[in-house]
Write a protein that binds this ligand. Structure first.
Ligand code: 5AD
Length: 357
């Protein structure tokens, strides 16, 4: 196993067979085993060579939980009648950003369901206002699948980055997680379109989603290699009580941190968050993520009333160090493990795109 880890570190590549062997082996290893310690140490060394011990922060603004899609795993799926729906108006979004900028955030992430209210024109107005007010800040969107023209318009309006997880790179697995109105091919096309439009692009997947196999995870790694995204977000699947997957088990924290480390070795310059889902499943989840090679944390800047309603899965964290207003707490927690929160924009070192200013 050590030789596969070294091969990945040295060549940033493995074959599908090798991925399966390595992931299979890790799934039966403890996270304090010597192979795990070795993997994490290699990932930290690679991350340190690129980004030092900095942890970038992003202020997450959850702009709407209205969604036309019906993904089987997601708490804000269209057919969940128990979800209390909300949408932030542009002025409310501006207020969140103002608060966030005062707190020291220099990246804002507008994330939401696929809500038709947020047309290209509405978003263009929001983007250009935010970019004019906060010239020193980056703007990230995470608003699902849109047309190439739409992505281009949002990019031209000044948005810098876009997050769109592929969720799983296997066709039949994709169709077990989504209704047949949604296609993996479309999702992949959107990701390539985002890159073409000049966005720093983020993708990723859930770890331990229902029906996921080791082969699927190997395929996720191969797809990420092909896409070569600037950002990769992965987190454990966590069931939501009002979805078809209510009774499925959560993904494991251990497998998530192993995969974070492997992604760091495969894409050394990538920006990898220690996600909220990781923090939700384990008190020390974010720290574990950082110690496995992650270098981003995305505290919540949404208004209190929105936070409760943006429930993608059960028990989603939105207080404590997860809350943007408790940045001091997060800083202390990172310092304790030898890392420092920084307020830089934190663009990807690998970006081919010129940041919008
Ligand atoms: N558990 C974990 N992550 C989830 N997401 C959606 N539902 C869940 C869930 N039940 C993730 C998806 C999506 C991101 C915004 O949240 O990967 O892309």
């Amino acid at each position: 196993m050590y030789s596969l880890i070294e091969k990945l570190r040295d060549t940033q590549e493995l074959t599908k067979k090798e991925w399966i062997m390595l992931i299979e082996h890790l799934s039966s290893a403890e996270d304090n085993s010597s192979v795990a310690e070795y993997l994490f140490a290699q990932a930290r060394t690679v991350r340190r060579a690129q980004y030092g011990k900095k942890v970038f922060i992003r202020g997450l603004i959850e702009i709407s939980n209205i969604c036309k899609n019906d993904c089987y795993y997601c708490g804000i799926r269209a057919s969940n009648k128990n979800a209390k729906r909300y949408r932030l108006m542009p002025d409310e979004i501006f207020k969140c950003a103002e608060e966030g900028h005062k707190l020291g955030f220099r990246t804002f992430v507008l994330q939401g369901g696929e809500d038709s209210y947020f047309s290209d024109d509405v978003l263009t107005n929001i983007i250009s206002t935010l970019k004019a007010r906060y010239e020193d800040s980056a703007l990230t969107l995470s608003l699902g699948e849109r047309s190439q023209e739409s992505y281009q318009q949002l990019r031209n309006a000044g948005a810098d980055r876009y997050l769109l997880r592929h969720e799983t790179a296997n066709d039949s697995h994709y169709s077990l997680l989504h209704p047949n109105t949604m296609k993996l091919e479309t999702r992949k096309q959107c990701l390539f379109n985002l890159k073409k439009a000049g966005f720093q692009t983020g993708s990723g997947f859930m770890v331990g989603s229902p029906y996921q196999t080791t082969e699927n995870l190997a395929e996720d790694m191969l797809f990420l290699k092909e896409l070569n995204p600037e950002m990769v977000g992965i987190g454990p699947f966590i069931p939501h009580c009002d979805t078809p997957f209510a009774s499925y088990l959560s993904g494991s924290v251990k497998m998530t941190v192993f995969l974070i480390a492997l992604i760091r070795l495969m894409l050394p310059k990538s920006l990898i968050p220690a996600t909220t889902a990781l923090g939700t499943l384990h008190d020390f989840g974010r720290e574990k993520g950082i110690l496995a090679g992650a270098n981003v944390i995305m505290p919540n800047l949404s208004p209190e009333s929105a936070r409760e309603k943006y429930t993608l899965y059960n028990n989603k964290l939105h207080s404590g160090a997860e809350a943007a207003e408790h940045l001091e707490m997060l800083k202390e927690r990172m310092n304790k493990i030898g890392y420092q929160i920084t307020i830089e924009r934190g663009d990807c070192l690998c970006t081919n795109t010129t940041p919008n200013h």
